[in-house]
Ligand binder design. Structure first.
Ligand SMILES: Nc1ncnc2c1ncn2[C@@H]1O[C@H](COP(=O)(O)OP(=O)(O)O)[C@@H](O)[C@H]1O
Ligand SMILES: [Mg+2]
Length: 159
C-alpha cells in the first residue's frame, strides 16, 4: 500500500506535468489534483486575465481542503500546480512539515521551443486550458526554476 505523501510537480507550462501526474496517479495509486482541470470545469478554457488570479486562488484553496483530507485517510496526493516560485515551494515545504507528511518535488524540464510547440498542439484539443503564445511569454518571466540548494527528483533522469 502506498504511503501518505505529497508529490508536487514543478515545471513550466507544457513541460509534461499533467502527463506525468496521470501516470503517477495510476502507479502509486494516488489522488491527482490538476488545478487547470478544475479551472476549466468551473470557469472555462480561457478565463478573463483580470479574474484569473482570484479564480485560481479559489481553486487552490478548495483543492487543499480535499488533498489534506486525502492525506488524513492515508492516500498519496499529486499536486499538479507547477510551483513556479521559490516562495510557493517553501510554503508547501512548511505545510508538509506542519502536517507531518513527507514531500517529494518532481522536476520537469523541457526546452522552451518544444514546450511551446506542445502547448500550441494542446490548444487544439477540446477541454484544455487555452494558453496563448503571449501568455506563455508573460508567465515565463515569472518562473523561478528550482535552485541547486532545493531538493527535487528530476523526472526522466531517474536510473
Ligand atoms: N513525451 C512527450 N512527447 C510529446 N508530447 C508530449 C509528451 N509528453 C506530453 N506531451 C504532450 O505535450 C502537451 C503538454 O503536456 P502536459 O502534460 O499537458 O504539460 P503541462 O501539464 O506541464 O502543461 C500535452 O498535449 C501532452 O499530451
Ligand atoms: Mg498541466
Amino acid at each position: 500500500m502506498a504511503e501518505a505523501r505529497i508529490h508536487a510537480l514543478h515545471g513550466f507550462i507544457g513541460s509534461g506535468k499533467t502527463t506525468f501526474a496521470r501516470r503517477l496517479e495510476r502507479e502509486l495509486p494516488g489522488m491527482r489534483f490538476t488545478s487547470d482541470e478544475w479551472m476549466v470545469a468551473l470557469y472555462g478554457q480561457d478565463p478573463p486575465a483580470d479574474l484569473f488570479p482570484i479564480y485560481h486562488s479559489r481553486v487552490i484553496a478548495l483543492m487543499e481542503t480535499q488533498w489534506i483530507r486525502a492525506l488524513d485517510l492515508g492516500v498519496p496526493v499529486i499536486l499538479d500546480h507547477g510551483f513556479w516560485t521559490r516562495a510557493s515551494r517553501d510554503a508547501l515545504r512548511a505545510k508538509a512539515a506542519r502536517l507531518g507528511v513527507p514531500l517529494t518535488f518532481h522536476v520537469l524540464t523541457l526546452p522552451d521551443e518544444e514546450a511551446r510547440r506542445r502547448v500550441r498542439a494542446r490548444n487544439e484539443v477540446d477541454g484544455t486550458m487555452y494558453i496563448a503564445d503571449e501568455t506563455y511569454a508573460l508567465f515565463r518571466e515569472r518562473f523561478e526554476a528550482m535552485g541547486a540548494d532545493e531538493v527535487g527528483v528530476m523526472v526522466g533522469k531517474r536510473s
